[in-house]
Design a protein around this ligand. Structure first.
Ligand SMILES: *Cc1c(COP(=O)(O)O)cnc(C)c1O
Length: 393
């Protein structure tokens, strides 16, 4: 995994010495993001796949009905599939993608999963276990030996790396190899890294899931999910499950997410550079007890030295930084994660998860430093109940 920065250009010796035909020339990720999933270049054809608003199609073709397929979804799937290096299926949300994958686990079988991970995924696993569908073995994904030991008898190893919001990183290659030796499938939630910073299918994972709601769509205006695999049989099974469960994406959402994906590399490059600079500056501030950052990506977690109250005050004292859940948008947002009662008790009370946007980093820092310098006042609202049984984003 390119732990720092974007995948480098291939070294000079790897470059083709003779001109290849356009279709055979390997394109770099930034070019793929811009060009994949476009209509063919024919006179008068639009540059972008149009929004096909259709619940049904004239009988006799491949699509037949709106739940079975849509050309606008397909364009998004082609583009994200090209970036991740696999077949892509879009879903109505990240959690719909998670649920569809977990639905494949056999009755009573074991799933290994991170103790810290996206709250909704952990709660789905707990819900399935409570109903006797599966058993769940939670692990610290940074403890590679413990994860490998847990793989025995597992049907599925669920990985998320980096994790939300603790930003732990799994050593994917040995874990995937050991899981396969034990006969388990491996899925990686790649939402935080994006396919530009980590390509789990190339590292051997069987499945990748995304909340495309986050960096891929990137503008805080869409809910969308995706599952990717390089296994044709798995892709066919998942397509069938999507049809049966009806967890299909909205057409407008797929179109907006594809529009967002066109600039993913530019947005992530800026957001990551901002995050790296903020990590440097935050580390020198007396109010900050700990800065968690895996070295790449645009999510930073800080633990405030004075705990929960200081963290709550911070998120209410800024003007640029928006106090909001979710992440991966062009705008910088942050929240104290333990304000959600569903967040595990092992996440520090004073942890603030920061989703660094693409604004000017000096403005971001001025806003943040001003608030960090003045962590006084009345406590803001108490912890919120997560809406419904499934927790927070
Ligand atoms: C937000 C998130 C999800 C869930 O995605 P939705 O689109 O909100 O349903 C899954 N995994 C991770 C890592 C997330 O951050």
């Amino acid at each position: 995994m390119p732990a720092f920065g974007f995948p480098a250009d291939p070294p000079a010796s790897d470059r083709p010495t003779t001109e290849l035909p356009a279709s055979a020339r390997p394109l770099r990720p930034g070019t793929v993001a811009v060009t994949a999933g476009r209509p063919p270049h024919l006179p008068d054809s639009p540059l972008n796949v149009p929004l096909t608003m259709a619940s049904t199609y004239v009988a006799g073709g491949d699509l037949e009905y709106g739940r079975y397929g849509n050309p606008t979804w397909s364009a998004f799937e082609e583009a994200l599939g090209a970036l991740e290096g696999g077949r892509c299926l879009a879903f109505s949300s990240g959690l719909a993608a998670v649920a569809t994958v977990l639905d494949l686990v056999g009755q009573g079988r074991k799933v290994v999963a991170p103790r810290h991970a996206y709250n909704g995924s952990v709660m789905q696993l707990a819900d399935l276990e409570a109903r006797g569908r599966i058993t769940v073995h939670l692990v610290d994904i940074e403890d590679t030996a413990a994860v490998i030991a847990a793989c025995e008898d597992a049907a599925l190893v669920w990985l998320e790396s980096p994790t939300n919001p603790a930003l732990e990183v799994a050593d994917l290659v040995p874990i995937i190899a050991s899981a396969h030796e034990a006969g388990a499938y491996v899925v990686v939630d790649n939402t935080f890294a994006t396919p530009l910073l980590q390509q789990p299918l190339a590292l051997g994972a069987d499945l990748v899931v995304h909340s495309a709601t986050k960096f891929i769509a990137g503008h805080s205006d869409v809910l969308l999910g995706a599952v990717l695999t390089s296994d044709d049989e798995l892709a066919a099974v998942l397509r069938k499950r999507r049809e049966l469960l009806g967890a299909v994406p909205g057409t407008l959402e797929a179109w907006l997410a594809l529009r967002g994906l066109r600039t993913l590399h530019v947005r992530l490059e800026r957001a990551q550079a901002n995050a790296q600079e903020l990590v440097r500056r935050l580390g020198g501030h007396a109010a900050v007890g700990e800065v968690r950052y895996p070295g790449f990506g645009a999510i930073v977690s800080v633990v405030l030295a004075q705990g929960a109250l200081a963290a709550d005050l911070l998120t209410h004292k800024t003007s640029l930084w928006v106090h909001a859940t979710s992440l991966g948008g062009v705008e910088s947002t942050f929240e104290r994660r333990r304000r959600w009662k569903s967040e595990p008790a092992t996440i520090p009370e004073g942890l603030v998860r920061m989703s660094v946007g693409i604004e000017d980093v000096d403005d971001l820092w001025d806003d943040l430093a001003g608030a960090l310098d003045d962590l006084t006042g009345e406590p803001p609202a108490p912890a919120v109940e997560a809406p419904g049984p499934l927790g927070s984003p």
